[in-house]
Design a protein around this ligand. Structure first.
Ligand SMILES: Nc1nc2c(c(=O)[nH]1)N[C@H]1C(S)=C(S)[C@@H](COP(=O)(O)O)O[C@H]1N2
Ligand SMILES: [Mo]
Length: 319
């Protein structure tokens, strides 16, 4: 029986994948029930089979706002991930081609301690917590997700930015074997890599989060495995998936959607019901799984936490 090597961010139990359990169980059934009940280890094996297995160990969010969570099924079946396809319902079944083994993250630019680090080692540096956040896509749909991960600020403190580091720039993996749209040359939907950015004070805000899982499970591929950004007061496109590089820079980076269509998308992309998208209203949103629309909240409901970041800015100009 193969037992996966324990990582500090996993439960202190022997974790056995469901496939291995299934095969073990089948061979035990062949042996017969008498042999089965005699062993404590086997009973443990069955106890472990309660699926889905929770693989992450984390500090729970108290959910003081009483947000109603979307289901795992909803969160993992309606996705924007253009590296696969622009069809939200199709990402789920295509995402298996994303190769997340031996994932490395490069942290470079204006920092005292640049590094290229294995994701497993990076994760070990931080306490994993749960964050239950609203998530609002610029297209007008939304959801509530229990993410697992660590604050971006805790990572920033580790690498010690230099005083001239004013922005962070993030990049998604480029790999033609992982992502079919990157294999389409001039017919690709976007210029890759997908790029996003944050101002230093935005990145240091306690809400800015690097997620490695959701619902206590490692990040599903369609949601941006193995590590993605979550910035809950901004439109979803800021929350870049499958990150391989974080660079500390002096100038405001150009993000993918600004490059793609600067009249419609800017750098800030704060959720704002009072500033319409040029082609549609942003006043309302449809929560995944609901029939009726609900009002969109200023800064997606995080006004208290982030409004001060923008106090002297004209939010119709810096959209
Ligand atoms: N690399 C990459 N990151 C991305 C995207 C993408 O196409 N590629 N789409 C963005 C958009 S528009 C949204 S709404 C969210 C969707 O995240 P979800 O699929 O987990 O809901 O991911 C964002 N991050
Ligand atoms: Mo989006």
């Amino acid at each position: 029986m193969k037992i996966i090597r324990k990582k500090s961010w996993q439960l202190n139990e022997n974790i056995i994948t469901s496939k291995e359990l299934f095969e073990k169980r089948r061979s035990f059934i062949k042996l017969g029930a008498a042999t089965l009940v005699s062993s404590g280890a086997i009973m443990e094996l069955f106890a472990n089979e309660k699926l889905p297995t929770q693989t992450l160990n984390y500090i729970k969010d108290k959910n003081i706002n009483n947000l109603k969570l979307n289901t795992y099924e909803q969160i993992t079946s309606h996705n924007n991930f253009y590296e696969f396809t622009t069809k939200q319902s199709a990402v789920k079944d295509m995402a298996h081609t994303l190769k997340t083994e031996n994932w490395k993250v490069t942290i470079d630019g204006l920092v005292e301690k640049p590094m290229e680090v294995d994701l497993d080692d990076l994760i070990k540096m931080f306490d994993i917590e749960e964050r239950i956040y609203r998530f609002r896509c610029v297209e007008g749909w939304s959801m509530v997700v229990p993410w697992n991960g660590f604050t971006l600020s805790s990572l920033i403190k580790k690498v010690k930015p230099l005083s001239n580091a004013k922005y962070l720039r993030f990049e998604t993996l480029v790999d033609k074997d992982s992502f079919p749209d990157q294999n389409r040359g001039v017919f690709a939907t976007l210029d890759y890599p997908y790029v996003e950015g944050l101002r230093m004070d935005e990145a240091m805000n306690d809400l800015s989060f690097l997620a490695i899982g959701l619902y206590g499970e490692v990040m599903p591929k369609q949601n941006g495995a193995p590590i993605r950004l979550v910035v809950p007061w901004k439109y979803g496109f800021k929350s870049i998936k499958s990150i391989v590089k974080i660079s500390f820079v002096e100038k405001e980076p150009l993000n993918t959607w600004q490059i793609q269509n600067p009249k419609e998308y800017g750098f800030y992309a704060n959720v704002n019901p009072n500033v319409d998208h040029p082609r549609w209203s942003q006043k309302k949103e449809r929560v995944l799984g609901s029939f009726l629309k609900q009002n969109t909240l200023m800064f997606n409901g995080y006004e208290k936490e982030v409004a001060s970041l923008y106090k002297n800015m004209d939010l119709t100009k810096y959209f």
